[in-house]
Design a protein around this ligand. Structure first.
Ligand SMILES: NC(=O)C1=CN([C@@H]2O[C@H](COP(=O)(O)OP(=O)(O)OC[C@H]3O[C@@H](n4cnc5c(N)ncnc54)[C@H](O)[C@@H]3O)[C@@H](O)[C@H]2O)[C@@H](O)CC1
Ligand SMILES: [K+]
Length: 472
């Protein structure tokens, strides 16, 4: 949800507007549960869950409202919640601040609004929330919970300790897994989050990196690029891109005839040559052993389409059960190979057609075609275009960053390498969506300086900025 929120904000629907809609939904539920003139006790926490109920108070002027803020106003944790506390100064509600548990007196209200904690809860309720939850559960009042009954984990439905027993929950935007087994009424309120905030990639998608990268602390990925042969720049671009997208190690397996050339592009690469001048089936056993100790393999940059190289890709994928990004000439092999591997295919629309997929100039048509083809293939597709379309056969994301200057050769290799690095720390769909977003942003930053004259290497040092939300 945090990612969707941030994307909604980037689309011009700021969180404060979402909070206003949430608060309105809470007020509607109050009017449904209690008659005008009834006494309503709003028990508000210091986060946005509390903020929602502070908004609701402005829509309950016909009621006798008392707001219990659990903490001093200056400890309210977000601006939008604090502004809604400050907006209540003219007396719509009797405002009380509860600085310690013994001071908490719920009174005997007809209706309690539980707005202590929502999706931001961590662990068992601390004080004064725990005392307040006990008082709420012991009261004779009807209890309306905002978004999630306080104390409950929205994802799992578990409570680390005490949780509020609600008669009704009004939850926002879509139901939450942790609410499905609740034996009370759960109402999902639409709060006006634009569909676009979920469909289009945006700065919110970069939040996944903070969370996941931390959980893989010290293991940001060991990426192996298998390519080269006719071309040497492509595998070097992909490997350098993997490093710029956060991989700890980037290795290149290429024909020994070009190994020194590939190494020559950057001392940051670990280059390993195989015999001959192109990938062939005889290299596959050793490659499988080597790939087994890597996190992700990026297949294809500069590989060429010689039959023996495509046979080698076929044999490798048939035996590989790790994660691989498949790009360029290697793509045509994918539809005919049964594999246990988790693949992220990164075709442009011509390569998609060559794989047997269909495409269309209209991105909304393309969205459905790509989802269907990804489902048929059983792999994640990142179909490049003015709008990149990403799908795992179920969900679809569309990326709108990037510009026509990026048709220059090599940007696809940069994208493949970045996708490889991100696939080491994110699930395939997210890795592809974030890679498309960051690659396009890097290209947009490059176009600011070089216009249509940008070249693929310009994207490399701009990828890290493309991966940082603050890179606006
Ligand atoms: N798209 C969305 O998801 C939207 C969410 N909104 C609201 O925002 C809420 C999430 O807000 P926040 O992220 O600020 O988090 P919460 O308001 O759920 O809780 C965060 C606050 O509770 C405290 N806290 C956390 N665990 C605690 C514990 N065990 N005992 C005592 N205090 C504890 C934290 O210190 C923090 O001050 C949602 O539940 C929803 O009500 C709405 O404003 C509208 C948009
Ligand atoms: K709540």
């Amino acid at each position: 949800m945090a990612a969707v929120d941030l994307n909604a904000e980037a689309l011009g629907v700021p969180r404060k507007q979402l909070m206003e809609s949430s608060g309105n939904a809470v007020a509607r539920a109050c009017r449904d549960l209690a008659d005008p003139g009834a006494s309503v006790a709003i028990v508000a926490g210091r986060g946005n869950n509390g903020g929602d109920a502070l908004v609701a108070a402005r829509f309950l002027k016909a009621y006798d409202v008392t707001v219990h803020l659990l903490g001093r106003p200056e400890t309210i944790s977000t601006d939008i919640a604090r502004e809604n506390w400050d907006a209540l100064v003219a007396g719509e509600a009797d405002r009380r601040t509860v600085t310690d548990s013994v001071a908490f007196d719920l009174g005997d209200p007809d209706l309690v609004v539980d707005a202590m904690l929502g999706t931001g809860v961590t662990g068992a309720l601390r004080e004064p929330e725990a005392t307040a939850a006990r008082a709420i559960n012991e009261s004779a009042a009807t209890v309306l919970a905002v978004d999630v009954p306080s104390g409950l984990d929205a994802d799992t439905g578990d409570a680390a300790g005490l949780a509020v027993d609600a008669d009704r929950v009004v939850t926002f935007h879509d139901d939450k897994p942790g609410l499905v087994d609740l034996d009370c009424e759960v109402v999902v309120a639409d709060i006006g989050i634009p569909e676009a905030a979920e469909l289009f990639t945006g700065p919110g998608d970069l939040l996944a990196l903070d969370r996941d990268a931390q959980s893989h602390k010290g293991d940001h990925g060991d990426v192996l690029v298998v390519g080269g042969g006719p071309y040497t720049g492509a595998p070097a671009l992909a490997a350098q891109s993997a490093l710029r997208a956060g991989a700890d190690l980037a290795r290149v397996a290429c024909p020994e005839g070009v190994a020194r050339e590939v190494q020559g592009y950057s001392e940051n690469l670990i280059v390993r040559g195989f015999s001959g001048d192109r990938l062939a089936p005889e290299h596959v056993p050793d490659l499988l052993d080597f790939a087994a100790d890597r996190d992700v393999v990026v297949f294809g940059p500069g590989l060429g389409d010689a039959d023996e190289s495509l046979d080698a890709v076929r044999e490798f994928l048939a035996a590989y059960d790790g994660t691989a990004v498949v790009d360029a000439d290697a793509l045509q092999v994918v539809p005919e190979v049964e594999t246990e591997a988790t693949l992220i295919c990164t075709p442009h629309q011509g390569e998609l057609r060559k794989m047997g997929g269909e495409t269309d100039a209209d991105w909304e048509t393309r969205r459905d075609l790509v989802r269907e083809f990804a489902a048929d293939l059983g792999h994640t597709l990142l179909v490049k275009g003015a709008y990149d379309v990403v799908s795992d056969g179920d969900a679809v994301r569309v990326n709108r960053t990037g510009n026509p200057g990026m048709t220059v050769g090599g940007t696809g290799d940069v994208l493949a390498g970045a996708t490889g690095a991100l696939a080491a720390v994110l699930p395939p769909l997210d890795a592809a969506a974030v890679a498309a977003y960051a690659n396009g942003r890097a290209g947009d930053f490059a176009a600011e300086e070089f216009g249509g004259g940008l070249v693929a290497t310009d994207l490399l040092e701009r990828l890290p900025v493309g991966l940082r939300g603050d890179g606006e």
